[in-house]
Design a binder for this molecule. Structure first.
Ligand code: GLP
Length: 241
């Protein structure tokens, strides 16, 4: 794993945005795997700036998001659909039909998850996957003890993650219990992974992911086995390395 430590989250986000932009320029029909959460926000902002000021073209790009809460409609303000449109898709020229976010309202979740996996394969596989990390080492919503070979499926959130994600819902008891997430195996099939983490709150998870043993108790640690993984963090997230 390549580890890049930057003085702050701004500079780390610029590096991540430049990786995405380089791929999109070299391969206009690139397939991007995208993440939600506060961590990639500055990267999205920079990509929007590059689109507006430098004409970075997303018209042929396909995207697949990692996860979504079960039961939320796409226009629920705390849904990851809404997050992605508000913070990124509405501000670039990506085509709606090339955007994929798991359907939290699917009436048959296992069938939906199989189709999501098939759609990734049909698109040619994910060229670049952007990841954040949960304070417990989760990637996507693959909580500790997730199978390291898992595919897209339904998962139950831990109390810790529901607490961590409470802000968007007002309180932890409003956070759905279930989510649909790409699996750890799905993430491992991507051609390049960039994992971002900022602040001391993420230091322990990052230390486990980068220097700890590979264990399902820190799902991000499997990235040590990924052939092209780049970990871009700020000094706070690097304090336990
Ligand atoms: C959620 C998302 C993850 C994200 C994590 C960290 O659980 N499913 O993809 O990495 O939150 O969020 P934040 O970046 O806000 O710390």
């Amino acid at each position: 794993m390549e580890i890049i430590i930057q003085p702050n989250a701004d500079e780390a986000s610029m590096i991540a945005a430049r990786h995405v932009a380089r791929l999109v320029r070299d391969k206009p029909n690139a397939v991007l795997g995208l993440a939600t959460g506060s961590t990639p926000l500055m990267m999205y902002r920079e990509l929007v700036r590059m689109h507006k000021e430098q004409g970075l073209d997303f018209s042929e790009v396909t995207t697949f998001n990692l996860d979504e809460y079960v039961g939320l409609s796409p226009d629920h303000p705390a849904s990851y659909h809404a997050f992605m449109w508000d913070n990124f898709f509405s501000h670039i020229n990506v085509k709606r039909e090339r955007v994929h976010v798991p359907d939290g309202q699917s009436s048959h979740v296992p069938a939906f998850c199989r189709k999501y996996e098939e759609a990734i394969v049909a698109a040619g596989g994910i060229d670049l996957q952007v990841l954040g990390i949960g304070s417990d080492g989760h990637i996507g919503f693959n909580e500790p003890s997730s199978s390291l070979a898992s595919r897209t499926r339904i998962k139950t959130l831990t109390a810790q993650t529901r607490e961590d994600n409470a802000k968007a819902f007002g309180s932890a008891d409003q956070v759905p219990f279930h989510v649909i997430t790409m699996g750890v195996g799905t993430i491992m099939d991507t051609r390049h992974v960039i994992i971002l983490a900022f602040g001391e709150k993420k230091a322990e998870a990052i230390a486990g992911a980068v220097e700890g043993p590979i264990t399902a108790m820190n799902p991000a640690s499997i990235l040590q086995m990924h052939p092209v993984a780049t970990c871009i963090i700020d000094e706070g997230a690097a304090t336990k390395l």
